[in-house]
Design a protein around this ligand. Structure first.
Ligand code: NCD
Length: 323
């Protein structure tokens, strides 16, 4: 693996498979009574989140802690960004304190690439504008693999606001790299103006696609990125493209229902669909920690020799570990 994790395309099939293989070991670490190994002791990781996040940030934080890394929290709202400090100066300030990796989320596409030119640290893209969200794609691949063994020949529908979704872009690249077939399902207004070079089919008919899929991957309407009304009303959007309670009968008994979160229950996914036994949305979140442990370990650790995956740190007898 290279020094940075910026996009799925940089990884290719081999790089994705290397991370997914390593993730199995970290899922095993995560299941231990004490889910902590000293692999990244002494490493320092900074979170640079210029956009809101619940899952991704907490998941990276948990992953770093399970690997015994130190972390530096940066909050745009309480930092000198509010005093006009530039992104470059912010990065130089952070790295002057000694960081090994910067995990960045930013509203503008390309910011993680830009940062690699300014700093020596590894840079991990935690979402750049509409562009890429590689660790989300990796955790989704891992979740599908867990169920089906492989993505080869599986049919995945990615449904909803494709146009504004970095998850759609990274997931399409990762799913197809691993041999899945992808159909994008959305109204024309929520598709990018051109799909040239996109390795997928497109449909506007969710009811026709649902019975044929192994995975129904629902996306949130990214209203914060939409400058104009792209659907007549949210109610009409739900009627055409939401995973409604009625549509659940259209899904196979083994079909996985996935969503990257945050969900807007009642818009793109009905509460009964989100809570259906076929939904794996909380598994996605749990797997996110193990995938991010694998990524951090590959970038900052000893380079993936799993034969030497460290044992848990010794436990003091009086630590009251009653789990
Ligand atoms: C997504 C994101 O921020 O790109 N969420 C996530 O990271 N799990 C998707 C979204 O915001 O809809």
């Amino acid at each position: 693996m290279t020094k940075h994790l910026l996009s799925i395309d940089d990884l290719g099939r081999d790089g994705i498979e290397e991370i997914l293989e390593l993730t199995k070991s970290f899922a095993e670490v995560s299941a231990r009574r004490i889910p902590k190994v000293p692999a990244l002791r002494g490493k320092n990781i900074a979170w640079l989140f210029y956009e809101d996040s619940t899952r991704t940030r907490l998941s990276f934080e948990t992953a770093a802690k399970r690997l015994s890394a130190d972390t530096m929290n940066f909050s745009v709202s309480s930092s000198s960004v509010n005093k006009g400090e530039s992104l470059r100066d912010t990065c130089l300030t952070i790295t002057a304190m000694g960081v090994d990796a910067i995990v960045v989320r930013h509203r503008s596409a390309g910011v993680p690439w830009q940062i690699t030119k300014w700093v020596d640290a590894s840079v991990i893209n935690a979402g750049d504008g509409w562009h890429e969200h590689p660790t989300q794609a990796l955790l989704d691949c891992f979740t599908i693999q867990q169920r089906f063994g492989s993505l080869e020949g599986r049919h995945v529908a990615i449904v909803g606001d494709i146009k504004h979704s970095r998850v759609a872009r990274s997931n399409l690249a990762a799913f197809t790299a691993l041999g899945a077939e992808v159909t994008l399902v959305a109204p024309q207004t929520l598709l990018p103006p051109s799909l040239e070079g996109w390795n997928c089919k497109v449909s506007h008919d969710l009811d026709a696609v649902l019975p044929t899929v192994d995975v129904a991957y629902m996306l949130r309407m990214q209203l914060e990125r939409q400058k104009q009304a792209l659907v007549p009303t949210l109610r009409e959007y739900t009627a055409g493209y939401g995973l409604t309670e009625q549509r659940l009968d259209n899904l196979g008994s083994e079909t996985m229902i996935m969503h990257p979160g945050p969900m807007n229950r009642g818009v793109e996914i009905a509460p009964s669909a989100a809570d259906d036994p076929r939904a794996v949305i909380t598994n996605q979140v749990a797997n996110g920690v193990s995938v991010r442990m694998a990524v951090l370990f590959l970038l900052l650790g000893s380079g993936g020799d799993l034969g030497t995956l460290p044992e848990p740190e010794s436990v003091q007898p009086d630590d009251g570990d009653a789990r």
